[in-house]
Design a protein around this ligand. Structure first.
Ligand code: NAD
Length: 487
C-alpha cells in the first residue's frame, strides 16, 4: 500500500478538512509511514454533526424492518469485501491475518444480529389498575449518536456501536481511533454502497482531545458511546452528563484469572496464554492477574512461562501475536515492566522488545510473565494494555475471590476448576460484568451483553439487546377504551 491521505467521511462522501493538519500513521510491524490522517478541527466535527442532524429524521421515519434490510446489505457487502477489510486491519494494527479475519467475521455477525433486530425491537405490553386502560412501551431514537472507539479491535469496536445505534433510528458521527483510521473510512464507504442514506453515518478522524472532545461537548449529540481508557471515560461522564446526554462507557479492566488446585492445567495454561497474550494483550478483557492455588503454583508458572516463550511473534499467518499498536504504547509497557522490576517483581520471561532483526523496527513486546509482586503493586492493580501477566499465589478459593475483587475495575473474570461448587460460588460473587468458567477472560458474542462494574464502565451493556437501551428512548403509550361509545 502506498502512503495515503485519510479524509473524513461526511454526508456520504470523503470530506476535505477545514484546516491542513495531518497525523502520521505508522505500521506497527515495521514502523513505516502508512498514511496521513486528517487532524479534524471543531469545524469539521460540526460539519459531520450537521449532516447527521439533517439525515436523521428521514432515517428514523423508515420502519425498523426497512432499516434492518439496509443493515443486512451492509453485512453482505462486508462479507464480499472481508479480505480487504481484514488486510486493512492487519496492516493498521499489526495483528496476524487469522486474527484480523476472525475479527472481521465477528463484525459481520454484529451486522446480521442487529439487522434481525429490525423485526423485533420489542417493547412490553403492560397491565393497568384502571379498567379498560391498555399500555405498551415503544422504542424511539435518541437522535445523533457520537461513537468514540479505540484501535485494539477496530472493526469490532465500530460494529458494536454503529449497528445498534442505526437500527434504533439514530444517525451516527463516529470518531475513529488515531491508530486505525482507514478501516473506519472503508466501513463508511461500505455503508454507502449498501444503500445507507447520505449523512446517516459519518466519520471524523483525528486526535481524541480535539475531535473526540468536540463531539462530546456538542449539545446536538444526544448519546455518547465511548470505548477507551477509564480517565477519558471519567471526563466524558462529567461533561456529557452535565448536559444530560445519555453516556455509555466501556472502559478498562485488570481481569483476574483463577487457577484452582483441581483445574485441568493443560487447559488452564492454554487459556491463560490466550487471555494474556493474544492481540498482544490489547484487550479490555485481557487476563492480566493470575491468582493460582499455592499447591499448583510452581507447575502452572513453569508451564505458562514455557508457553509464553514458545509463542511466535510476527504478522505472517500462524503467528501468535503481533506488535502493539504504537511506539508510545510499546514504550509505556516496557517502562511499566521496569517499574515492576524495581518494586521487586521477577521477570520470568519477556520484559523487553525482541532483538531479532526482522522485528526490530516494529512495536513488539515479548510475552512477559512476572511473579513476586504484591496484588497491590502497580502492575498488580493498573491496566497495562500489553502482553504482560503477573502471577500471585493464593491459599484457597476465598482468598482468590478476595484478591479478584480487590480492584477498582470489574470487567471480566475467569476461573479454572473441575468443581461446579467452586465455579458457581466464584462466578456469583466475583465483581465482573462477565464471568467465564474453564475458558479465557474474553470471548463475547453479538447477542451477549458486555460491560463492567466499578471503573470498567457506567453500568450500560453493549451489544446484545441491552445495547438498545443505550440507543433508544422508551415511551409508554396508554389507551383508554370507552365501552360506552361502542356502537
Ligand atoms: P483512549 O481512551 O486513549 O482512546 C480511545 C478513543 O478515545 C480514541 O479514539 C481517542 O482518540 C479518543 N479520545 C481520547 N481522548 C479523548 C477525549 N478527551 N475526548 C473524546 N475522545 C477522546 O484509549 P486507548 O488507549 O486508545 O484504548 C485502550 C483503552 O480502551 C484501555 O483502557 C482498554 O481497556 C479500553 N477498552 C475497553 C473496552 C471495553 O469494551 N470495555 C474495549 C476495548 C478497549
Amino acid at each position: 500500500m502506498t502512503e495515503l491521505r485519510i479524509p473524513n467521511w461526511i454526508n456520504g462522501k470523503s470530506h476535505q478538512p477545514a484546516g491542513d493538519a495531518w497525523i502520521e500513521k505508522y505500521a506497527p510491524h515495521d514502523g513505516r509511514l502508512l498514511s496521513h490522517v486528517t487532524d479534524s478541527t471543531v469545524e469539521d466535527v460540526k460539519a459531520a454533526i450537521l449532516a447527521a442532524r439533517e439525515a436523521q429524521p428521514a432515517w428514523a421515519a423508515l420502519t425498523p424492518i426497512a432499516r434492518g434490510q439496509i443493515l443486512a446489505s451492509i453485512a453482505t457487502m462486508m462479507r464480499q469485501r472481508s479480505s480487504e477489510l481484514a488486510e486493512c486491519i492487519a496492516l493498521e494494527t499489526g495483528k496476524p491475518p487469522q486474527d484480523a479475519a476472525g475479527e472481521t467475521k465477528g463484525a459481520i455477525m454484529q451486522a446480521e444480529y442487529f439487522a434481525g433486530e429490525g423485526m423485533r425491537l420489542h417493547g412490553r405490553s403492560l397491565t393497568s389498575g384502571t379498567p379498560d386502560k391498555h399500555s405498551h412501551t415503544v422504542r424511539t431514537p435518541r437522535g445523533i449518536a457520537g461513537l468514540i472507539v479505540p484501535a485494539n479491535t477496530p472493526i469490532a469496536n465500530i460494529a458494536w456501536k454503529s449497528f445498534p445505534a442505526l437500527i434504533c433510528g439514530n444517525s451516527v458521527v463516529l470518531k475513529a481511533a488515531e491508530d486505525s483510521p482507514r478501516i473506519a473510512w472503508l466501513f463508511a464507504e461500505i455503508t454507502k454502497d449498501a444503500g445507507l442514506p447520505d449523512g446517516v453515518f459519518n466519520v471524523v478522524q483525528g486526535r481524541g482531545e480535539q475531535s473526540g472532545a468536540a463531539l462530546v461537548l456538542d449539545e446536538n449529540v444526544d448519546v455518547i458511546s465511548f470505548t477507551g481508557s477509564t480517565n477519558v471515560g471519567r471526563w466524558i461522564a462529567e461533561v456529557a452528563g452535565k448536559r444530560l446526554a445519555r453516556v455509555s462507557l466501556e472502559l478498562g479492566g485488570k481481569n483476574p484469572f483463577v487457577v484452582c488446585d483441581d483445574a485441568d492445567l493443560d487447559q488452564a495454561v492454554h487459556w491463560a496464554a490466550l487471555s494474556a497474550f493474544s492481540n498482544a494483550g490489547q484487550r479490555c478483557a485481557a487476563g492480566s492477574r493470575f491468582l493460582v492455588f499455592r499447591s499448583v503454583y510452581a507447575t502452572f508458572r513453569d508451564r505458562l512461562v514455557a508457553k509464553a516463550q514458545s509463542l511466535k511473534l510476527g504478522v505472517s499467518a500462524g503467528c501468535d501475536l503481533g506488535p502493539v499498536v504504537s511506539r508510545r504504547q510499546q514504550q509505556s509497557i516496557i517502562a511499566a515492566i521496569a517499574r515492576a522490576r524495581a518494586e521487586g517483581g521477577q521477570i520470568l520471561c519477556g520484559g523487553k522488545a525482541p532483538d531479532t532483526t526482522d522485528l526490530a523496527n516494529g512495536y513488539y513486546v515479548e510475552p512477559t510473565v512476572i511473579d513476586g509482586l504484591s496484588t497491590r503493586s502497580e502492575l498488580g492493580c493498573k491496566e497495562v494494555f500489553g502482553p504482560v501477566a503477573t502471577l500471585h499465589a493464593v491459599d484457597d478459593i476465598r482468598e482468590a475471590l478476595a484478591a479478584a475483587n480487590a480492584s477498582e475495575y470489574g470487567l471480566t473474570a475467569a476461573i479454572h476448576t473441575t468443581s461446579v461448587d467452586r465455579a458457581m460460588w466464584f462466578a456469583q460473587r466475583v465483581k465482573a460484568g462477565v464471568a467465564n468458567v474453564n475458558m479465557g477472560t474474553y470471548g463475547s458474542e453479538p447477542h451477549m451483553p458486555f460491560g463492567g462494574f466499578g471503573a470498567s464502565g457506567n453500568g450500560t451493556r453493549e451489544p446484545g439487546i441491552e445495547a438498545l437501551d443505550v440507543y433508544s428512548e422508551l415511551k409508554n403509550i396508554s389507551f383508554l377504551v370507552r365501552p360506552a361509545l361502542l356502537s
